[in-house]
Design a protein around this ligand. Structure first.
Ligand code: ATP
Length: 234
């Protein structure tokens, strides 16, 4: 579904991605783990067309993405839930959700997506008229995911969905991500919380300073001494 080959990204003279190659197959949850600054966020931004790719290729369902604008990439079926959520704080929950669907034309289908989102996040339905900035951190994360789903993506990119949330909420968010995947959406998930990420993912990649150093099934990564020592607290 997604194929990344030898991708290099620079920020000025900083070489942030140094030849990344990976694949995501339809129906999978794939996770990217790694320390701060490893390049996880940059890789998601490269897929979404938010940073230029200097060298290498990214294809989605056979189409090259590296020359497309971010909006065209959304149109092809990829949505991105950025780190730090970036919801529109001064707009209501309903308005945020409507913005997620702004590229769609069929009101009946948009209404169906809204129902799907309410089934996944009943809390949002109760708070439709509330200003998004007044939601709790967990609710804002739910809204960020819900807004991305309103574009009806086939591939959902998630950047640190557990960041700053209490353990109970983290478990809730991950259970919902699993449900979203079981309903047919493919997920590429960036996480510092390697334990949670590897518990829901099918496969994972470990990044270190712009390179992939390990790639395996989530089960084998969880069992690996190297991963246990560096990312799972021994
Ligand atoms: P974190 O978990 O801390 O977000 P990450 O693995 O997502 O880390 P990136 O944010 O992708 O890492 O950063 C990769 C490298 O690129 C880092 O060395 C970072 O300092 C650098 N970098 C990221 N964004 C920029 C930018 N806008 N300008 C310059 N350097 C940047």
């Amino acid at each position: 579904m997604l194929k990344i080959e030898n991708v290099h990204v620079y920020y000025g003279r900083i070489h942030a991605l140094k030849g990344i190659s990976l694949t995501v197959e339809p129906g999978e949850i794939v996770t990217l783990i790694g320390a701060n600054g490893a390049g996880k966020t940059t890789l998601l931004r490269a897929i979404s067309g938010l940073v230029p790719v200097r060298e290498g290729t990214i294809t989605f369902e056979g189409r090259p993405l590296t020359r497309l604008k971010a909006e065209e990439i959304v149109r092809l079926g990829i949505s991105h839930v950025p780190e730090g959520r970036r919801i529109f704080a001064n707009m209501t929950v309903r308005e945020n959700l409507a913005l997620g669907a702004y590229l769609r034309r069929d009101p009946k289908e948009v209404a169906e997506s809204l129902e799907r989102v309410f089934a996944l996040f009943p809390r949002l339905k109760e708070r439709l008229q509330q200003k998004a900035g007044t939601l709790s951190g967990g609710e804002q994360q739910m809204l960020a995911i819900a807004r991305a789903l309103m574009a009806r993506p086939r591939l959902l990119l998630l950047d640190e969905p557990s960041l700053g949330l209490a353990p109970l909420l983290v478990r809730q968010i991950f259970a919902t991500l699993k449900e979203i995947n079981e309903q047919g959406t493919t997920l590429l998930l960036v996480e510092q919380n390697a334990h949670m990420a590897l518990s829901v993912a099918h496969r994972g990649y470990v990044l270190e300073t712009g390179r992939i150093v390990l790639a395996d099934t989530a089960e084998r990564l969880r069992a690996s001494e190297e991963v246990r020592a560096a990312y799972l607290g021994g």
